[in-house]
Design a protein around this ligand. Structure first.
Ligand code: HEM
Length: 125
């Protein structure tokens, strides 16, 4: 289907949900990331599933509930250096490994997430 979105190519809601849950398991165990996040990541994961759905061209779930993402502004309360950006991306790559996300969709997602993660950096090393 030529109208397939990246969200469809990934496998839709179920695969995205598995990816995000696996990602936050890794975040919660990462020494450079866990101090920034709440102990209970249920709500964080729910919002990230909504955000990534629309980021990948699926339904605008995040915006419908929370308004414009303004991601950089929403991250300003947290100190994010290039160390945190690389750690975030590392957790995402390892989660992709675990869920078996390979090929073009993996390359596409990592390219876009790498740009977004570096855009969140708000403090030098
Ligand atoms: C929220 C850290 C990159 C999307 C958050 C929160 C933290 C955080 C601490 C608040 C969690 C909570 O209180 O529930 C980081 C760090 C990053 C990073 C250290 C490293 C660069 C990203 C990227 C994306 C993203 C690349 C998108 C692809 C989100 C979203 C939320 C969020 C959608 C929820 C915002 C809301 O409250 O509505 N992030 N983040 N983050 N992050 Fe990140």
């Amino acid at each position: 289907d030529t109208n397939q979105t990246p969200f469809d190519a990934l496998g839709g809601e179920e695969i995205l949900s598995q990816l995000v849950d696996r990602f936050y398991e890794k975040v919660s165990r990462h020494p450079d990331l866990s101090p920034l996040f709440p102990d209970d990541l249920t709500e964080t994961a729910r919002k990230q599933k909504q955000f990534l759905t629309q980021f990948l061209g699926g339904p605008s779930l995040y915006t419908e509930e929370h308004g414009h993402p303004m991601l950089r502004a929403r991250h300003m309360p947290f100190v994010i250096t290039p160390v945190q950006a690389e750690a975030w991306l590392e957790c995402m790559e390892r989660a992709m490994d675990d869920i078996g996300i390979t090929g073009l969709i993996r390359e596409f997602m990592l390219e876009r997430l790498t740009m977004t993660a570096h855009h969140m950096v708000n403090q030098p090393l």
